[in-house]
Ligand binder design. Structure first.
Ligand code: FMN
Length: 197
């Protein structure tokens, strides 16, 4: 039986740790990220969770990508983890804020050389004539930065999803799943409510 956590971030830490330790889960940090256009049209894609704490859930991307543009115009998002071997779904909703320049620099610096070059080379979400064009750009940039450190591209950074709603879903027998929904009240306190499955 699950313990009822007062703070959903503590609860998330436990589930996330268990997902990371699970030998059948290769990328516990892979998460679906939903955004919406200013007109309210939704779209989603996978990203990798790179950091989290009481202030939110951090991922990195190209700021000029489709998601980057949507988040600029409509800074709200939803994340959804599905850890199948644990029969768990974890949903997070809230406002989006950019990470600090320092945090983005620190994370970018930790990336492998090829990933840094990839970030520079990709005009993410723009039309690409053919794959060879991308590979040519990668080769050129790899030569350019071969002898020095690779700076973070100005168009590449991170976002923090600040949760106002978090839902923990645990599969139950006969579809009697357990749903624990945490919402932030007006005083900034988390309130937990069970939901029908
Ligand atoms: C498992 C997985 C992890 C991914 N992680 C990231 C990521 O952390 N950042 C990112 O920009 N794209 C990531 N991608 C690629 C995105 O899903 C997406 O194709 C890309 O960001 C462009 O999305 P957009 O056009 O909606 O902006 C990942 C894809 C997969 C399948």
């Amino acid at each position: 039986m699950n313990k009822d956590y007062v703070d959903p971030i503590d609860y998330f830490s436990v589930w996330y740790e268990q997902a990371q330790q699970n030998p059948h889960i290769e990328e516990a940090n892979a998460v679906n990220l939903a955004t919406a256009s200013p007109e309210g049209l939704p779209t989603s894609r996978m990203v990798l969770l790179k950091d989290f704490d009481e202030n939110g859930f951090v991922f990195y991307t190209n700021l000029e990508s489709r998601k980057g543009q949507q988040l600029k115009a409509n800074p709200q998002a939803a994340m959804n983890f599905y850890w199948e071997p644990l029969a768990r779904q974890m949903r997070i909703e809230g406002q989006i804020v950019p990470v600090t320049q320092a945090q983005a620099d620190e994370y970018f610096a930790s990336r492998a050389f090829k990933s840094k070059i990839g970030a520079w080379a990709s005009k993410q979400s723009q039309p690409l004539q053919n794959q060879a064009t991308l590979l040519k750009a990668v080769t050129k940039l790899a030569v350019k930065y071969a002898s020095g450190s690779v700076p973070r591209p100005p168009f590449w950074s991170g976002f923090r999803l600040m949760p106002s709603r978090m839902e923990f879903w645990q599969r139950g027998e006969y579809r009697l799943h357990r749903r624990q929904c945490y919402t932030l009240d007006a005083q900034g306190q988390w309130q937990m409510q069970l939901l029908y499955p």
